[in-house]
Design a protein around this ligand. Structure first.
Ligand SMILES: NC(=O)c1ccc[n+]([C@@H]2O[C@H](COP(=O)([O-])OP(=O)(O)OC[C@H]3O[C@@H](n4cnc5c(N)ncnc54)[C@H](O)[C@@H]3O)[C@@H](O)[C@H]2O)c1
Length: 277
């Protein structure tokens, strides 16, 4: 019999090793936020299949973190490669409990200056990649009746940003895809959420500060924190740029059983930068 709706509930288990025995696939794991996600999942006891377009970066990551990390080259734009890797991983490592989409690219340009290639490549990675990973992983999770899927999108998915039209549109599509997916598989025990980072100190962020030495980089970081009226951009109310670990902690929470009643959620980790407008 199902418990009475007003019966005292069982506390959700929180042992500090919340992901012990779980296997997680992470895309874009070679550096930046992806690497931080791998570290955060390992800290909670998970085994991680760390994938990236760049094979050397994930191989180095696996060497740094030992036997709990298996590294594989994977370009998320290649649907057949995603399916082959997931099938092989389930054969050799076991069922995937968790999938986290971190792979992403940014082409910065005025909307009307974007080339066809800029547009297509941005969507191929940021949107199609999420779809490919979902189709291969969530289908299997739903058959087993359990699993957790997280897409790292961007706060640009929820607020217009100058110079980021393709990027923001591709991320908004990935967020809505993840929510629709989550709705379809909720009854089969699979939770699907998104994490939307604001400015985070990685190579992607530094690329926006092109041509910079340490001093120029500091000035650029200050402009991000203080805001830029000419670009219609508020600053960051919490007064700092995120570390990759700030984003990874949110992911690690959402994939754990501590978030067992959270699905279709869009968690902004941006220090208040979008004022949740
Ligand atoms: N850094 C930020 O300020 C910021 C803000 C909001 C959202 N994000 C998002 O967070 C995610 C990680 O960003 P980051 O800052 O760590 O970026 P990054 O450029 O430092 O790392 C991105 C990783 O994705 C990999 N990658 C790129 N294309 C791929 C593909 N086709 N297949 C597989 N892997 C691929 C790269 O090799 C790289 O290792 C991205 O989706 C990005 O859009 C970043």
């Amino acid at each position: 019999m199902s418990p009475h709706p007003h019966a005292p509930s069982q506390p959700s288990p929180h042992t500090g090793q919340d992901l012990a025995g779980r296997l997680a696939l992470v895309t874009g794991a070679g550096r930046g936020i992806g690497e931080a996600v791998v570290v955060a999942l390992l800290a909670q006891g998970a085994r991680v299949l760390a994938t990236d377009r760049d094979a050397d970066d994930v191989a180095a990551l696996a060497r740094r973190h030992g036997a709990e990390v298996t590294d594989r080259q994977l370009d998320v734009t290649d649907a057949a490669a995603v399916e082959a890797l997931v099938a092989e991983a389930e054969e050799t490592l076991g069922p995937l409990d968790i999938a986290v989409n971190v792979a992403g690219i940014m082409r910065s340009s005025q909307a009307v200056e974007l080339t066809d290639e800029d547009w297509a490549t941005t969507f191929a990675v940021n949107t199609n990649g999420v779809f490919h990973v979902a189709r291969s992983t969530v289908r299997r999770m739903a058959e087993r009746g359990r699993g957790s899927f997280v897409t790292v999108a961007s706060n640009a998915a929820g607020i217009p940003r100058a110079g980021m039209a393709a990027y923001a549109a591709s991320k908004a599509a990935a967020v809505m895809f993840t929510k629709c997916l989550g709705l379809e598989v909720a009854a089969r025990g699979v939770r699907c959420n998104t994490v939307c980072p604001g400015s985070t100190l990685t190579d992607m962020q530094r690329a926006l500060w092109a041509g910079s030495g340490p001093e120029a980089e500091e000035a650029a970081a200050r402009r991000v924190v203080e805001g830029d009226l000419a670009a219609h951009r508020t600053g960051i109310p919490l007064g700092r740029i995120a570390d990759p670990a700030d984003i990874a902690d949110a992911v690690a929470f959402l994939v754990s059983d501590r978030a067992r009643h959270i699905t279709l959620h869009d968690l902004y980790v941006d220090g208040g930068a979008t004022l949740r407008a």
